[in-house]
Design a protein. Structure first.
Length: 292
């Protein structure tokens, strides 16, 4: 008997993370329906109900909600908008089917150092900023639904990330023959996009026994270390300029639970990931038309 292809309904396919995950899932045997927020109002309850009835997905992957800038543009509260979207899907999807969402390390409150935060530490320091508070409140909502999983991201890097994200910023400065500028050095957890895709695929195929999981590498890295790796890879050696001395608040998570759930998981090293991103951006630059 031929195995039935599972259908995923995915939001956030136009964002950085979504653009990497969508083709990966399709290339690994999933049928993925990916409506875009620019064409579909996820806050419209009736529209979401009709979408679910029409598509009849096996799994929901809520890979994107509204961010701060989106909410400013529509003049609504970030939490209320995202809660509405969350409830539209959760309330109208069978409770025996799985829903996966992406959380954020900002749930632990970025006003303070977040140092290898464990899943169990959530709520010890409630964030007050709009984004972190909204993400935290959504986590509280997720606890009420046993079929919903929060895959919590800290930092993700790879092809297609915003130019303001530090790995791409550092590489582009270097490729332009300029200094790499850092406002203040800080330690982050950066997960390579391919590693994220593999983890998500594994959990979609085999839903985990835990519902709140930090998706983050074992090792953290500082912005200065990233800059040094860029210089090591590139024939041009950029000057590294750090504007402010000392360290800013660390932003890292504990991945013990993730490694227990996926004992064979191997993370791409920072050097290998940055090397791949360097080659991608170098090729991107070389393909651009000459400037007049």
């Amino acid at each position: 008997m031929t195995k039935k292809t599972k259908k995923i309904l995915m939001t956030g396919s136009g964002g950085f993370v979504g653009k990497n995950i969508l083709p990966y899932l399709r290339s690994n045997g999933f049928e993925v329906v990916a409506p875009r927020s620019k064409n579909f109002d996820f806050t419209d309850t009736a529209a979401v109900q009709n979408l679910l009835k029409q598509e009849k997905p096996d799994i929901l992957l809520l890979a994107g909600f509204y961010g701060i800038n989106d909410v400013k543009n529509i003049a609504k509260d970030i939490y209320e908008v995202n809660l509405k979207i969350f409830n539209n899907f959760v309330d109208n999807f069978p409770s025996n089917k799985h829903i996966f969402t992406f959380g954020s390390g900002a749930e632990f409150n970025k006003a303070y150092p977040i140092i290898k935060a464990k899943e169990s530490e959530l709520g010890k320091n409630i964030p007050q900023d709009l984004y972190g508070n909204a993400k935290y409140k959504i986590s509280e909502e997720i606890k009420k639904h046993p079929n919903v999983y929060n895959l919590r991201l800290f930092g993700v890097y790879g092809p297609g990330e915003l130019e303001s994200r530090f790995p791409t910023h550092a590489i582009k400065q270097n490729l332009a023959g300029q200094a790499i500028t850092i406002r203040q050095n800080v330690f982050f957890d950066y997960l390579w996009t391919s590693d994220l895709c593999k983890i998500v695929l594994e959990f979609l195929n085999n839903p985990p026994s835990e519902r709140f999981i930090n998706l983050t590498p074992t090792k953290s890295i500082s912005l200065e270390e990233i800059s040094n790796i860029v210089n090591e890879i590139s024939p041009f050696k950029s000057q590294i300029i750090t504007a402010k001395s000392g360290l800013a608040n660390e932003y890292s998570g504990d991945n013990t639970l993730l490694c227990q759930l996926l004992p064979n998981l191997i993370f791409t090293t920072y050097k290998e990931g940055i090397k791949q991103l360097y080659q991608y951006l170098k090729n991107e630059v070389s393909l651009q038309p000459p400037q007049n």
